[in-house]
Design a protein around this ligand. Structure first.
Ligand code: GLV
Ligand code: MN
Ligand code: MN
Length: 409
């Protein structure tokens, strides 16, 4: 593996090859074969640059350089290896690649750190295979619930089975370890939005990450013949789904910025043109910096569902809330330190909230955190069109590396 002197961009190109060929962009879902190969690649890379390299019980890759001072600090850096379906090559993995390159350069330039540095490639953040998010960072802080193992993906495979296969594959070559509990955490990520590019700024320093809730709504009606069933005798779950989504959209627009409401996933069955569907299932993703607005909207979802059930005999609506995270604010001292680094390196910066979820918000429950952004061209993300210039990837790493140096050396 000729990886030791790679630039971040070259490393990202290599990791982008660990993908399903079924989509144009990168598709690397938790515990799939491409995910396994990507995590193995990082474990090998960690070994090559002299880090203690292992993985934990959920498949987080943990690369550690122990500090020479006998001190309890654990400076933890990283991001996630999983992607959404048909993603770009930067979301999550940029933070892993930048962390690995930063530590490699720090070791070469200054030798072993005073404080322990732990790089983590989190197994999952996106929630794109199973209806569960932040598996990796929740496991790190010992807040992973026990009831996720029965969850199933779209093919019916359970979380438990998928995990067992992946862990077995990693175990054949690398040690199973337990990560150290972070005393500080820093992550660098692409912005995934248009603000830095519009403001012509090189670095984003994140002040807070929005609160977020995700639901799966399952509407069950009565399947029947499309030609013989009069309109007034139908129990059509898809039309009820459309009604609910339209009502929610009106309220979402009334709430206004920075509230966002997304239905990104929908399936109907049996999905045939001459059959009234039996079932419609769709996702709801809502985010805001004000938790009260999210709570208000959540209550409306339940209220609309109840009303629609009462209005149409035989209709059933089940709502499963599977993500509920509150606003997290990044550490003030770190925000100031990052501004000072940008000024010193003559890089322009913007203080900003994050509308996307990040592992930082989970680790922030137990340790002070910092989150940095680099600009996304056209603000596009969760798409193969996701792009950040090589120059900006390097600038972000320079700030990140200095920050790690200041914490660990
Ligand atoms: C994660 O990428 C999210 O959906 O915010
Ligand atoms: Mn991400
Ligand atoms: Mn993402």
């Amino acid at each position: 593996m000729k990886t030791v002197n790679l630039t971040i961009n070259q490393l990202l190109d290599q990791i982008a090859q660990f993908t399903s060929q079924e989509t144009k962009g990168v598709t690397r879902l938790l515990y799939d074969e491409h995910w396994i190969e990507a995590q193995k690649f990082l474990l090998e890379l960690g070994q090559m640059i002299g880090l203690d390299s292992g993985f934990d019980q959920v498949g987080n890759v943990i690369l550690t350089k122990y500090g020479i001072e006998n001190d309890k600090s654990v400076i933890t850096i990283g991001s996630h290896i999983d992607s959404v379906v048909n993603a770009g090559k930067y979301d999550g993995i940029y933070g892993v690649a930048a962390a690995i390159i930063a530590i490699k350069e720090l070791l070469a330039e200054y030798g072993a750190p005073k404080k322990t540095i732990q790089v983590i490639s989190f197994c999952e953040e996106e929630g794109s295979r199973f209806p569960f998010t932040f598996t990796g960072s929740k496991n790190l802080i010992n807040q992973l619930p026990d009831d996720i193992y029965q969850l199933v993906d779209k093919t019916g495979e359970s979380f438990e089975k998928a995990q067992a296969k992946a862990i077995h594959a990693l175990k054949s070559r690398f040690p199973l370890v337990k990560a150290l509990l972070p005393t500080a955490y820093a992550e660098i990520h692409i912005e995934q939005g248009p603000v830095l590019e519009r403001l012509n700024k090189e670095i984003g320093i994140v002040t807070a990450i929005v609160a977020q809730k995700r639901f799966t709504v399952t509407i069950t009606g009565k399947s029947n013949h499309a030609g013989t069933t009069p309109m007034w005798l139908r129990i059509d779950p898809l039309k009820q789904a459309v009604k609910m989504i339209n009502q929610l959209e009106v309220i979402a627009l009334e709430i206004g910025e920075p509230f966002v409401f997304t239905v990104g996933e929908m399936s109907i069955s049996p999905n045939a043109s001459n059959v009234i569907p039996e079932e419609a299932i769709f996702s709801i993703d809502i985010r805001h910096t004000d938790e009260k607005e999210l709570q208000f909207f959540e209550e409306l979802i339940y209220k609309f569902a109840k009303k629609q059930e009462l209005e149409l005999d035989g209709l059933e609506i089940e709502i499963n809330k599977w993500t509920d995270v509150c606003v997290e604010r990044m550490n003030e001292t770190y925000i100031e330190a990052l501004q000072a680094i940008c000024l010193e390196k003559q890089l322009s910066f913007n203080l900003m909230p994050s509308g996307a979820g990040h592992d930082t918000q989970i680790v922030n429950r137990i340790a002070p955190t910092a989150l940095l952004f680099v600009p996304s061209i056209d603000g596009i993300s969760h798409s193969p069109k996701e792009f950040t210039t090589a120059e900006n990837l390097e600038k972000g790493k320079t700030v990140f590396k200095q920050f790690i140096y200041d914490l660990a050396y």
